[in-house]
Design a protein around this ligand. Sequence first.
Ligand SMILES: NC(=O)c1ccc[n+]([C@@H]2O[C@H](COP(=O)([O-])OP(=O)(O)OC[C@H]3O[C@@H](n4cnc5c(N)ncnc54)[C@H](O)[C@@H]3O)[C@@H](O)[C@H]2O)c1
Ligand SMILES: O=C(O)C[C@H](O)C(=O)O
Ligand SMILES: [Mg+2]
Length: 528
Amino acid sequence: MESYGSLEKNTQGQPDGVVSLAKWRILNRLHDRNETLYYRVLIDNIEDFAPIIYTPTVGLVCQNYSGLFRRPRGMYFSAKDKGEMMSMIYNWPAQQVDMIVLTDGSRILGLGDLGVQGIGIPIGKLDMYVAAAGFNPQRVLPVMLDVGTNNQKLLEDRLYLGLRQPRLEGEEYLSIVDEFMEAVFSRWPKAVVQFEDFQMKWAFETLQRYRKRFCMFNDDIQGTAGVALAGLLGTVRAQGRPLSDFVNQKIVVVGAGSAGLGVLNMAIQAVSRMSGDNEGTVKNQFFLLDKDGLITKERRNIDPAAAPFAKDLKDVEGLREGASLVEVVKKLKPHVLLGLSGVGGIFNEEVLKAMRESDSTKPAIFAMSNPTMNAECTAADAFKHAGENIVFASGSPFKNVDLGNGKVGHVNQANNMYLFPGIGLGTLLSGARFITDEMLQAAAECLASYITDEEIQKGKLYPSVSSIRCITAEVGAAVLRAAVAEGLAEGHGDVGPRELNNMSKEETVEYVSRSMWFPVYSPLVHEK
Ligand SMILES: NC(=O)c1ccc[n+]([C@@H]2O[C@H](COP(=O)([O-])OP(=O)(O)OC[C@H]3O[C@@H](n4cnc5c(N)ncnc54)[C@H](O)[C@@H]3O)[C@@H](O)[C@H]2O)c1
Ligand SMILES: O=C(O)C[C@H](O)C(=O)O
Ligand SMILES: [Mg+2]
């Protein structure tokens, strides 16, 4: 901590990226040297260190990974390992693996295809699993599926560590993922696998292919959706309205990728539950834009995943197919503007100023794209242009904004880190063989109810990152209880389905907290 502190002093005035990378190096070296101490300082300083080992610095780390690489962490499965994955998995030294985060590096944050350099993301996510959910670091496994890269710069980079070939496509690609999944679950049938940062087509396809066969989820689609839904419900409370008013909120989603569509699907499920209406009519309040503007039924070659959200032109009077974001905001005066586009700055001055005319008493702006440079707007710009009355959330951390006269514009971090650790832990302890919508919904509802009315009044939609272990215990318990309610819980270790079934809500939270690993030095000589 002293070297970390002196680094902060010695690098004053240097560009943020240089300082953050230097901090990452200090922590990474500690990780290599002394795992127990590393996780202890991480847990004790999670608010300061999360932005270094996780988003946003992890993005910069991935961009520079081949140069930063000193020793491997996790496992790499390349297209050339086809036919060998079972032996590779059986050669992993740990007897038991509980949690795997897997990527193919094809859409790393908003930074695009980074090939094998994307391994930084599973490593960072699993660090959060250890810090926030108390997974034993000896039982987690970061995985890279190296199926090539379409990033020309990397293919020409002499330091690039991955396969120098274009990405596999179609059946060739799927056969690699199939082989990996079968190998993992044959050795560790009780493991949980998180798919992370896959490009949209494979994110949806693999989720559909595996979610009923294996215990897996896609964090960008499902974890993000839960965090966004919790935030959206918070914005209703911030307006002083009952939750049932969610069905009347006009919500503009910018970005029709895996994350944006995941959010829409879950929000629509929530609205139809609340209104008792079928999903056909509840879609009216949601508006979706992609790089070609407002998506309507007039759109040619519409992506099948986005098609259910395409607007009928008669329902958006005065707007046309492909209408620009500013046109849409001016015309609709939405309650919420939510960005998952990966494009930095698209909530520009004009768009933000148009949000001043919102029909909401507390317009909400969610600039959820990562890392910081890719956020749709900065926190300062949001408060400056859209007004001090807004609620603001971003995927990457920003400092609270000084509004003058002692007033503070609160910045929320709408990041799936609030949910994925609890989804993983709750699922593991439940012993469920797959992860259902009900379990994910329970996670989102738990996060939404975590925050008090008093906090909401201060513009807070999510609790502080410093309490991430407590949040994760609650979320984990909610997921576990949902699995029990569905009759899916088979138990974990000595705690069987009957015990789980008999636990009260409080006892479940207690059980989840007690199951968390905490870094302490184990004795060299065990007492008999
Ligand atoms: N905060 C979080 O927890 C969280 C979670 C998941 C993803 N994300 C971020 O969301 C972003 C998108 O992720 P994804 O997986 O959906 O990516 P994706 O590539 O699947 O989708 C991106 C979408 O944005 C659209 N888009 C591109 N340019 C646009 C423009 N100028 N205007 C409007 N739309 C535009 C594309 O057409 C596409 O529909 C990334 O930056 C990622 O880091 C954040
Ligand atoms: O990694 C993050 O910070 C959130 C999310 O999974 C993303 O892809 O941006
Ligand atoms: Mg992600």
